[in-house]
Design a protein around this ligand. Structure first.
Ligand SMILES: Cc1cc2nc3c(=O)[nH]c(=O)nc-3n(C[C@H](O)[C@H](O)[C@H](O)COP(=O)(O)O)c2cc1C
Length: 217
């Protein structure tokens, strides 16, 4: 089993989202000790921005080209295609995903490669597979005590759904800026939620190949 671990915090391995994603990967490895983990760090300036050849390739009747950032995009898409399980570690930045993760998404959500556009809308081209999203946020964005909007969760559901990834599982450590007691309580609560999830779903299998789905978020 191949696990693709995408991390995007500017705080690297010290980050809360990375820490949570490692807990998830620990559970995956417990159930699948022979699994391979590919670490794809996309934080800070790790990825080259998309450029003109890439933008041109997204147009109708575009020439097939390997120019500019297309080669990088090809590599990132191949890495995603080979993954049986995807683990994304992300902080919340301004109610949404950080720019660095958005850039990775811009590289992998590509017309004629991971989705198609037709008269009825967009159809996905990737086979579905489990996706675990480890979120860290300074304040709370879910539940009755949330005091801010959450564009991160619906955005990831929509854009990953567009390319065929629907089997999403979100875990979050919320309130990292609310002091050490709140942080420790949030960590304990979320770690328990992760453990409960994997106890209830011990065998994580790559999903059966799926037919392209019409995007209708
Ligand atoms: C640019 C920026 C924007 C942020 N925006 C939010 C936000 O909208 N909501 C929130 O709860 N926390 C926000 N935070 C705080 C981070 O989500 C919080 O520090 C989180 O724990 C960072 O996770 P990490 O350690 O994985 O990077 C922001 C932090 C930065 C640097």
């Amino acid at each position: 089993m191949n696990i693709l671990h995408v991390t995007c915090s500017p705080r690297g391995e010290s980050s809360e989202s990375h820490r949570l994603s490692k807990t998830i990967i620990g559970c995956l490895l417990q159930a699948n000790p022979a699994a391979t983990v590919i670490n794809r760090v996309v934080g800070a300036t790790a990825l080259t921005p998309i450029d003109e050849p890439y933008a041109m390739s997204q147009q109708a009747l575009a020439d097939v080209t390997e120019a500019g950032s297309i080669a990088l995009s090809n590599g990132l898409i191949e890495e995603l295609q080979l993954a049986d399980v995807l683990v994304i570690a992300t902080p919340m930045h301004n109610f949404a995903v950080p720019a660095a993760l958005k850039l990775w998404i811009d590289h992998v959500a590509r017309v004629r490669r991971t989705f198609n556009v037709g008269a009825q809308g967009k159809t996905s081209l990737l086979r579905d597979r489990p996706v675990y999203v480890a979120v860290a946020s300074g304040g709370r964005f879910s539940g009755l005590t949330a005091r801010q909007p959450d564009f991160l969760t619906p955005y990831l559901k929509a854009v990953l759904g567009m390319i065929g990834l629907h089997d999403l599982h979100f875990f979050s450590v919320e309130g990292t800026a609310m002091g050490p007691d709140a942080l420790n309580a949030a960590r304990d609560h979320t770690q328990q939620a992760v453990r409960d999830h994997f106890s209830a779903n011990p065998s994580v299998e790559a999903n059966a190949p799926s037919q392209p789905t019409l995007f209708s978020a």
